[in-house]
Design a protein. Structure first.
Ligand code: SF4
Length: 396
């Protein structure tokens, strides 16, 4: 027998515990969850309800809202209620940016998950003289954090809700900066400190994030967090994101570089692409990343050659036409190839192929089998007929 090295072509995801956020589960082997955040003022109830609904309708499975005051927290209660009355219950996360326990406790009544930032729980005074923290001081600060956090943890635990410990590079507490600097190690230790407090209160409905705007820092922080958790026997899911990625093509590539690299390592159970654009623009990017990695299939997968001197038709134009005609057929793989010089295998075992045959003619393939040669002018129509004949067509 021939022995070949085995390369796994399916991403093996890190084993994590399932964390329920209303009717959506993060981790536990469930599909990677897509999230985004509205940018409406939370006090604008109708505007926020409309924005949440718009995002949810195009596939945003968990929506985050910012909650900077108790007034905003109460507004979230109205938003939740209005969503239920006029649309449906959408899993909501409240971003509590301040060391404002009152805000967090209020909003915990209404949302399904609360996000806190450990870097904002600061009890130490600034130390311009840079004298080190003694162990006694660190213990005392730890105790204060615990006292502050406990009511929120107990509330979320008792309601069966979730919490995200969202560490950000660039907002670490002073004592972490002293010991570790503004490094992935500091970010990880900051999260672990909070995790231990939650665990001591028997609360494990937790998701962790380690966001940074520099991709190499973000990748290092998540990898280190996953490693540290494995060492400590912790199995919390990770929420991936690159903060301040910007806009346009580079914003998308930067987000993808960070998020996809980790997903390919098996790290990450929920993602958010942060663009300086309308939040609706983030959702297709999330789904494209997941589809490209084979983690979720939510659209047609097009395989197309880059075209070259051998190409027998206008590939860009034909690919566009084929896509417009078939993009609603979730679950199919369709190849558009300029010629068949390198064989049907190059079509990556697509379900259907549209392949240049000779000038003015194309061939249609089902898998690797050539079905028929048709004039190029009828190519798209005949492709649709073939899909229909196979019973795999649905009207758009
Ligand atoms: Fe060129 Fe044919 Fe390859 Fe397309 S499939 S790049 S047309 S050789």
């Amino acid at each position: 027998s021939t022995s070949q090295p085995e390369f796994d072509t399916v991403i093996k995801r890190r084993k994590t515990r399932p964390v329920k956020v209303a009717n959506v589960t993060i981790g536990g082997g469930y599909p990677v969850v897509v999230q985004s955040m509205i940018n409406e003022d939370t006090m604008d109830i109708d505007g926020s309800v409309a924005a949440i609904r718009r995002l949810h309708e195009i596939g945003c499975e968990i929506v985050r809202v910012t909650v900077p005051s108790v007034g905003h927290a109460k507004a979230v209660g109205e938003i939740k209620q209005k969503l239920r009355q006029t649309y449906q219950d959408v899993p909501l996360v409240a971003d509590v940016h301040h060391n404002g326990m009152k805000i967090a406790l209020e909003v915990a009544k209404y949302v399904d998950k609360v996000r806190i930032n450990p870097g904002l729980y600061v009890f130490e005074k600034p130390r311009p003289d840079r004298t080190e923290f003694t162990q006694a001081e660190i213990d005392e600060i730890g105790e204060k954090i615990r006292e502050t956090l406990e009511p929120l943890v107990v509330s979320l635990r008792d309601q069966g809700k979730a919490m995200r410990i969202g560490v950000n590079h660039g907002s670490l507490a002073e004592r972490m900066l002293f010991t570790y600097g503004d490094t992935p190690e500091g970010m990880v230790e900051s999260a672990i400190e909070f995790l231990r407090i939650c665990e001591s209160l028997d609360f494990r409905n937790l998701v962790i994030s380690m966001k940074a705007s520099r991709v190499p820092v973000m990748i290092a922080a998540y990898r280190l967090m996953a490693k540290r958790m494995d060492e400590l026997g912790m199995d919390y899911p990770l929420h991936l994101g690159v903060t301040e990625a910007g806009d346009g093509e580079y914003g998308r590539i930067k987000s993808t570089a960070g998020i996809a690299t980790l997903l390919a390592d098996g790290i990450g159970d929920t993602i958010r692409v942060s663009l300086t654009e309308a939040p609706e623009k983030e959702i297709p990017v999330c789904y494209s990343i997941l589809q490209a990695l084979g983690l979720r299939k939510t659209m047609v997968e097009y395989v197309a050659c880059p075209s070259c001197g051998r190409t027998l038709f206008n590939l860009e134009e034909v690919l566009h036409k084929v896509r417009e005609a078939t993009k609603h057929l979730t679950g199919l793989d369709i190849a558009v190839m300029g010629c068949i010089v390198n064989g049907p295998g190059e079509m990556a075992d697509a379900d259907y192929g549209y392949v240049g045959k000779q000038p003015g003619f194309i061939s249609l393939y089902r898998g690797r089998e050539e079905i028929k040669k048709v004039p190029e002018s009828q190519g798209v129509e005949e492709l649709i007929n073939l899909i229909k004949a196979d019973g795999r067509w649905v009207d758009p």
